[in-house]
Design a protein around this ligand. Structure first.
Ligand code: ZN
Length: 100
């Protein structure tokens, strides 16, 4: 199997988490920078063939890749055992299984 060594993937995942933390920090002042951080994080994930950790998948729109801040640009409802995300940036609707 090819791909990058495990330690490199671990470093990549750490960088992705840092980018999401930064995205959260700058969102109030510069939401467009938050979107940029999401873009960089996605690029790193693709380069290292990583799937986004589940808790990070909930923090951006899979349609327009906007960084999401609940109550600001995404609405979240629980419906039929699923979390339903409605993106205020693009109007896209995403469903994810809801675990308590
Ligand atoms: Zn969107």
């Amino acid at each position: 199997m090819g791909g990058k060594p495990a330690y490199q993937r671990e470093i990549a995942e750490e960088r992705i988490r840092i980018l999401f933390d930064e995205a959260e920090n700058v969102f109030d002042a510069h939401p467009e920078r938050s979107d940029r951080y999401v873009e960089i994080a996605r690029t790193i994930a693709m380069k290292f063939n990583l799937s986004m950790p589940d808790e990070l998948k909930e923090r951006f729109c899979p349609d327009c890749y906007a960084y999401w801040r609940p109550g600001k640009n995404v609405r979240i409802r629980i419906k039929n055992g699923a979390k339903v995300y409605t993106c205020d940036e693009c109007g896209g609707v995403t469903r994810r299984p809801y675990q308590k």
